[in-house]
Design a protein around this ligand. Structure first.
Ligand SMILES: Cc1ncc(COP(=O)(O)O)c(C=O)c1O
Length: 167
């Protein structure tokens, strides 16, 4: 199958750029490609080797500080103490799925739903953005009976069959 160029190819690293990398970055890109394969993209012709984050800032291995105006994953900032405490506390107690009774998921859902419009009165939890988008499409299809989805060109919604548009 012929590969199609996507938004993830824009300004991403490819092996042909390795000559311009410093030894540390070259070693990591080679190791990465050997262990993770080529299908994982690396942002930027010169990939950034990040080692630490705090609030809105990130630091690379050389100690350079970056203002993070891009990362959409750490939604209340990098390494927020409240998130670290909550994750540590829960991981030290119990790490399981949603098919057992537990108060915490209910307490959290109450707090979360209280911040949303009244029509949104249920919470469903996924582990990743891909799964959340996948489920949202399934829920929308089940509710509407429709099948179509409008997606802007070059949008990125995840790696599942549905969200990557491979299916
Ligand atoms: C806008 C958007 N949607 C979906 C995803 C997929 O999330 P995940 O990698 O957790 O599956 C990402 C991940 O970067 C994203 O940026």
């Amino acid at each position: 199958m012929a590969s199609r160029s996507t938004i993830m190819d824009t300004n991403s690293y490819r092996a042909e750029h390795s000559a311009k990398l410093d030894p540390d970055a070259r070693r990591l890109t080679e190791r990465r490609s050997k262990l993770l394969g080529e299908s994982y993209r690396l942002f930027y012709r010169k990939p950034v080797h990040l080692v630490r984050g705090s609030g809105q800032y990130l630091w690379d291995a050389a100690g350079r500080k970056y203002l993070d105006v891009y990362n959409n994953v750490a939604s209340i900032g990098h390494c927020h103490p409240a998130v670290i405490d909550a994750v540590y506390h829960q991981m030290s107690q119990l790490n399981t799925h949603t098919r057992y009774l537990h108060e915490t998921i209910l307490d959290y859902s109450e707090q979360l739903l209280a911040t949303l419009p009244a029509e949104i009165d249920r919470a469903m939890y996924m582990c990743t953005g891909s799964e959340a988008n996948d489920l949202a499409i399934r829920v929308a299809r089940a509710w509407s009976g429709g099948t179509g989805i409008i997606v802007s060109r070059e949008a990125y919604h995840g790696t599942s069959d549905l969200t990557s548009g491979a299916g």
